[in-house]
Write a protein that binds this ligand. Sequence first.
Ligand code: FAD
Length: 506
Amino acid sequence: MAKREHITDIFVIGGGINGTAIARDAVGRGFSVFLADMGDLAGGTSSAATKLVHGGLRYLEHFAFGMVHSALAERETLWSMAPHLIRPLRFVLPHHKGLRPAWLLRTGLFVYDHIGPRKLLPPTRTLDLRNDPLGRPLKDGYALAFEYSDCSVDDARMVVLTARDAADKGAIIQTRTKVISATREGDLWTIRLQDATTNLKGTVKARLIVNAAGPWVDTVLRETLGKAEAHHVRLVKGSHIVVRRLFDHEQAYFFQNADKRIVFAIPYERDYTLIGTTDEEFDGDPHGVAITEEETTYLLAAATEYFERPVTRADIAWSYSGVRPLFDDHRTKAQDTTRDYVLTSALDAKAGALINVFGGKLTTHRRLAEQVMERVEASLGKRGKPWTRTSKLPGGEFAPRDFDLQVERLNNLYPNLPDRFLRRLVRQYGTQAAALLGKATRMSDLGELFGADLTQHEVEYLIDREWARTADDILWRRTKLGLRMRGGDRTRLEEYLRTRKRGTIK
Ligand code: FAD
């Protein structure tokens, strides 16, 4: 908690992808920035996505050409910004008799290939699943399919590294800090904060507030900013299941469902397959949202419609759910509500400079931040120039197609550490993996081993550099090692976090 009264240009409420991207862009232009999140970074929707950096093929059916175009344009920009976190992925879309006709799929993919810039990702190709290895995991009867390009991303790590870059440039990032009220006095906001761990309260003054509270954006407007009538977002829940690996290749599947929805089956964390998502109206508290029996049944049935081997409850290793904060355009069905973002603002310095972010996608967060900055600069004056398009996130200082080269380099530096471990570290930390490993020559140099391949060194790095505090922060958001940990491992990690002395290992 800030002890002395602190005056900042911009106060950002929310440490999801949108809040951290706005903080990063703003501090890079020379504004002072303070960001608070009531929980962990990416503790809201930004760790619960399907984890695609994509144009959104199915949005073409809603004629959302503008949104698809700008999202497609972001794919290679983000891949180059974070080549450790983002990887290109080919999607196999089987034609299903009785569902969308082949000509429609072909036309949609032609548009998808050409509507946005694409230099590195390969174009669509047609497959005959009867004699292509990609047809092997599927039931007989699927023949024609299309294979097209998009990317996948580690969503939670993209948030944390965006925050890290913002902090390295001078932003103050405070997690477990709830914004409890904000009032305007003269030209400044007075923002009251409460530390979720100690309950201590503090005050920060700011010239402008950005409300990037995701599914809580209306709650912040109503309860924190006193705008009692605010009802702008429609909350739509989406759940995923993670099952033991269903196929051996690296491509993902895009399955059409009889209800016109689509479900993805994506290679995940090497030994698993990610299946999702659902679309359910939601009106509860987004905290602690969880998959229901009906959603599980729906996802298992959607996958079993296509895979030769039925996918059952026994295959499920993990599930997670999140709530999409969609801007309410008053359409009837959840799946039809716009996925585009909407910004609203009141920029009069006296009345209270405030920008609200509604909706958006992981894919478009960088552009969203640029557009927020146009409004910030309309209120606070121009400082710098747009700079993030050609920027790098920490650890991303290598070319998009050089991921394997990075792994090879790390293997040369650390010949006695397992390749699988080093590959995971490059995926998570990119060029910074060597800073984490330091002078280690074997695993035992990295301190206590907590299970899977999580070492004391890595835990300390995550606490020092990435705001990690709890076992969940470490096992489910900074890493996905929760998938591989046994019960006792987690208990030991929790005990370590409770009893560790600061700076135990460096
Ligand atoms: P959040 O990540 O929810 O962040 C808001 C933060 O505000 C939270 O961390 C919360 O703790 C904090 N907060 C709230 N109130 C306060 C307060 N009073 N004080 C302090 N902090 C506060 N997008 C894609 O591009 N690709 C995909 O594949 C994709 N799949 C998706 C699948 C699902 C099921 C869902 C739900 C979404 C998906 N999305 C996808 C969309 C994307 O995940 C979201 O648009 C994005 O994560 C929203 O980020 P955000 O920063 O606005 O919100």
